[in-house]
Design a protein around this ligand. Structure first.
Ligand code: SF4
Length: 509
């Protein structure tokens, strides 16, 4: 499996690696000789169809690629977009549609996009999202062996080329050409002109990488935002978002007295929550959509997620499109602990059977339990996959691994609390959750050995019992992600409320 995205398959243009420091003018230095590229099986291939590394084409580059033979339908928009990948005809995963798997050549080499021409150099934000940097991708085998002096000289030449007015203007117009921070790309040069233009130019808003230190800032803003007080959505919390940072790039900005939490997927930028803060949100929302439009062009990803019901009438009155998505499931905490009556006969029987046949000890989660919990997660995932979940459920399970790893690594920093269930000394279940307010506790994740009947039901009940003892009236177990099996499990416990959750987009009329 590979993650790179470009291949210099034709003779290199226009500079010999032996002389990388010649004036670059209008031409872009290529450091890797074509012989090395042709031997390599890394570039232009991708593990996922929606890989964030697939190449971005500006509108001119789309026109050039289409004229060179690529189908126009491969581009979601003609205004600048990442190309749609196609199934790899020669192996696993996906390839760029311009890639010829038989010859390992790029079919549109002469008009390949800037994104590809730069490689194995790459443009990205630094870890703090404060500066645009030029880096080199350690996934390129040639670069790993290249003398550092050569890489250094080439970086100077490429950085100089990038900082020319024409390229800076292109990057300001297409900021998605600048990738998110990647740990396996080594920063070489800071691009001051590009940074200044992209930060202060068209988008006029400084977004900063979301870090663990921003938890207090986000929680304070959530606490004063209309619609998130009495019965908040699970999304109205820091950890709910932060644990997915391996899949989405989260940034925040402050403007007009509001805090904006943006998330960036391979398709572009969206607002993970409505603008947070007190007072009217008309202008903050208009500003947020302007920022997203600037960044995304007319990509369909432009939207505002996790909007509570209280905001819906005002948003409709402002002319936005409001669509309901899967609601959060909320239960009376006492019901989940008592499991009384006919309605709870099945979960009660499951708990009783677990106690009768296994017994077990529930203990607070400790950081030292991390390895055992992660190993249980992988067992649990295999158990679920053996039952043949659909592709969507499989993809969610794969994504969930990173979220569990992060949550188990530092629960306290994320505001999480958790328990483990030990059976005969071994951890056979764990669960983590957080307080959404003083009376609503959210169960964020739960994993239990599916071969032990009742282990999941038992650890869930005991976790809810602890929350009830600390003042929880309500338990939120999040939404069902549109999965029928998950919806069935959540209805098993008879939710007291389904808390509506909305997605807001600009009207296309
Ligand atoms: S456009 Fe060409 S160089 Fe770029 S990813 Fe596609 S095949 Fe590779």
């Amino acid at each position: 499996m590979v993650q790179c995205r470009q291949l210099m398959t034709s003779p290199l243009v226009p500079v010999s690696p032996a002389n990388p420091t010649r004036p670059v003018g209008q031409s872009l230095l290529q450091i890797v000789p074509s012989t090395a590229c042709l031997r390599c099986d890394v570039c232009c291939r991708f593990p996922e169809r929606d890989s964030f590394l697939r190449p971005f084409f500006t509108s001119d580059e789309i026109r050039g690629a289409v004229a060179a033979g690529l189908a126009p339908e491969l581009f979601p928009t003609t205004e600048g977009a990442q190309v749609d990948l196609v199934t790899n005809p020669a192996g696993e995963g996906y390839v760029c549609p311009a890639f010829d798997s038989e010859t390992s050549h790029c079919r549109i080499y002469d008009v390949r996009p800037l994104d590809c021409r730069l490689y194995p150099f790459a443009l990205m934000w630094d870890a703090e999202r404060a500066q645009v940097v030029l880096g080199w991708d350690t996934k390129c085998p040639y670069m790993r062996e290249a003398p550092s002096a050569l890489v250094d000289q080439a970086a100077d030449a490429v950085a100089q080329w990038i900082e020319q007015d024409e390229r800076v203007a292109t990057l300001a117009r297409y900021p998605r050409l600048i990738g998110r921070f990647q740990e396996d790309v080594i920063p070489l040069r800071t691009l001051a002109k590009v940074t200044e233009r992209v930060q202060d130019g068209k988008t006029r808003i400084r977004r900063q990488a979301l870090s663990i230190e921003d938890r207090g800032r986000l929680e304070s803003a959530l606490a004063v935002t209309a619609g998130f007080q009495e019965m908040p959505l699970a999304a109205a919390s820091f950890a709910y978002h932060y644990i997915w940072r391996h899949r989405l790039t989260y940034t925040w900005a402050e403007l007009q007295g509001h805090l904006y939490l943006f998330a960036e997927s391979p398709d572009g930028l969206f607002l993970a929550l409505p603008p947070l803060g007190e007072g009217s949100f008309d202008q903050p929302i208009a500003e947020a959509f302007r920022v997203m439009r600037d960044w995304n062009g007319d990509s369909r990803v432009t939207r505002m997620d996790n909007v509570p019901e209280a905001c819906v009438p005002a948003l409709r009155a402002l002319g936005y499109e409001v669509t309901e998505k899967e609601p959060d499931y909320v239960y009376a905490a006492a019901d989940l602990v008592d499991l009384a009556g006919e309605a709870y006969r099945s979960p009660r029987a499951a708990c009783n059977r677990f106690v009768r046949e296994q017994g077990g000890v529930v203990e607070p989660y400790d950081r030292r339990d991390r390895t055992a919990c992660l190993s249980l997660f992988h067992e649990w995932r295999e158990q679920k996959q053996r039952n043949g979940p659909d592709d969507w459920a499989n993809a969610l399970l794969d994504d969930a691994a990173g979220a569990h790893e992060l949550a188990l690594s530092g629960p306290a920093e994320l505001g999480l609390t958790g328990v483990v269930l030990r059976v005969a000394g071994r951890i056979r279940a764990y669960t983590l959750g957080l307080w959404l307010n003083q009376s609503v506790f959210c169960v964020l994740m739960e994993v239990a050995d599916r071969d032990i009947v009742g282990a999941g039901a038992f650890v869930f009940r005991e976790f809810c019992r602890q929350a009830l003892a600390k003042g929880a009236c309500w338990i939120n177990t999040m939404d069902d992600s549109g999965l029928p099996s998950l919806a069935k499990a959540k209805h098993w416990y008879h939710p007291a409320r389904l808390v509506p959750n909305y997605v807001v987009t600009e009207s296309r009329r």
